[in-house]
Design a protein around this ligand. Structure first.
Ligand SMILES: [Zn+2]
Length: 425
């Protein structure tokens, strides 16, 4: 006889907006690392008529190796998310967990939940122990981060729990050199704090414009600082080629000259071109000689990995689901992952607040839909005999990404190009 699921949950109030908590909790890669979950090895996407998942494996508590099928996260941006993991063998059978945010006049109520079905008596004990600990640690992470935020400090949101050490001598040399340039003292100091105290993942694959916005600094000044820091040998840049559908990077090269002309995305099952004006992005990482940051992956499926997707929904054959999501006045589209069938969803003040999307074997039945900006109910219906994963996504690309074409218009690009020539020799 099988075990009953163990249902665990906890709620807590925070005096911040749902958006602030969403930013913390939707970044499941950071969250899992912060609450002491193990890093995960992911396999390719597996798609059949009745399932759509990724193989995954990890070692829990350094002892229990587990392999599972990870189904796509389901979410509504700013409101809730959940993930289903079905274990192949061993202590656990099924895990379903996630969170919900409810806004009220004084702030936001967070509910963290987990439903774990064990397969053995040890699994039963472990599920209770780890489930409770996971929920407690998640809420504690929110509390620490909200406290940092409310104190007005611009230190990284999380305490330096998993931060690799910085070579102090090298950092001092860097700061002296940067201060000798035309950069502002305040900006150099902010950059130094980030390099020293941010978690490992946040000093790898950095987006200079996103950091500039977070620091309240000028974007070009931050990019100039990064180019200088690279010249001093403490940062290095890479070009990432993002899939035009899912916007996940699938190739990373050191020089523009090294860009492959075509790249394959396994999530979307497409081949695509590297387009310098659109999907080739500039990122910076801290050089291992300054700080040996490790870029292990803790979660690749959470909402923060796909910030342009406002809602994602898993639909079994014949399923009908309604999703309520608040959409701003900008173009969206509905897409079925993998098959990439698309239906445009355009803002229109005279449009409806309820919109239907019917999926058939030849794609979306609707040619184009309109919505009135604000709360919208999307009614999905899967009329095919196979699973689909439907998303509502922004059409506009991330304005924080620096594309190759943008960089080439800056005078500083010459220095970057020289760095590429140096690294290529
Ligand atoms: Zn893709």
């Amino acid at each position: 006889m099988g075990y009953q699921p163990i249902i665990l949950q906890a709620e807590r109030d925070f005096s911040v907006s749902p958006g602030a908590l969403w930013d913390l909790l939707a970044n499941t890669d950071q969250l899992n690392r912060e609450i002491g979950m193990p890093y995960v090895a992911y396999g390719p996407v597996v798609v059949s008529a009745d399932a759509f998942y990724r193989e995954a494996g990890a070692r829990f508590l350094g002892l229990f190796a587990a392999r599972w099928r990870e189904y796509p996260f389901e979410w509504v941006r700013g409101e809730r998310y959940a993930v289903l993991r079905v274990f192949e063998a061993g202590l656990l059978d099924v895990f379903h967990g996630g969170m919900e945010l409810r806004s009220h006049t004084d702030g936001t109520l967070v509910r963290i939940f987990a439903e774990v079905t064990p397969r053995t008596v040890i699994g039963w004990g472990m599920a209770r122990l780890m489930g409770r600990k996971g929920i407690r640690d998640t809420l504690a992470f929110c509390e620490r981060s909200v406290a940092t935020r409310n104190s007005g400090s611009d230190s990284p949101s999380s305490p330096p729990s998993r931060v690799s050490p910085v070579d102090r001598d090298r950092l001092d040399q860097l700061l002296a050199a940067l201060r000798g340039s035309r950069l502002s003292e305040r900006l150099v100091a902010r950059f130094a704090r980030h390099v020293v105290a941010a978690p490992d993942r946040e000093v790898l694959r950095m987006q200079p414009f996103a950091l500039a916005d977070g620091w309240g600094a000028d974007r070009t000044a931050v990019l100039r600082l990064f180019i200088q820091a690279e010249r001093l040998g403490v940062l290095y840049h890479t070009w990432e080629i993002l899939c035009p559908n899912c916007r996940v990077p699938h190739a990373e090269v050191a020089t523009v000259g090294g860009l492959p002309s075509r790249v394959h995305c396994d999530l979307c099952a497409v081949e695509y071109d590297a387009d310098l004006t659109q999907n080739v992005e500039l990122r910076y990482s801290v050089h291992p000689s300054l700080r040996p940051a490790s870029g292990e992956t803790y979660c690749i499926g959470g909402p923060a990995n796909f910030p342009h997707i406002w809602a994602q929904q898993y639909l079994l054959p014949g399923a009908e689901r309604a999703v309520s999501v608040t959409l701003p006045a900008e173009p969206f589209r509905v897409r079925a992952l993998r098959v990439n069938a698309v239906c445009p969803l355009d803002p229109d003040p005279a449009g409806p607040s309820e919109v239907a999307f019917t999926y058939r074997d030849d794609g979306w039945y609707q040619m184009r839909q309109r919505f009135v900006p604000g709360p919208v109910t999307a009614r999905f219906r899967n009329e095919t005999a196979h699973v689909i994963v439907a998303v509502i996504e922004q059409v506009q690309w991330n304005p924080l990404a620096i594309t190759a074409a943008q960089v080439m218009t800056l005078p500083e690009f010459r220095e970057l190009a020289q760095a590429e020539v140096r690294s290529a020799t």
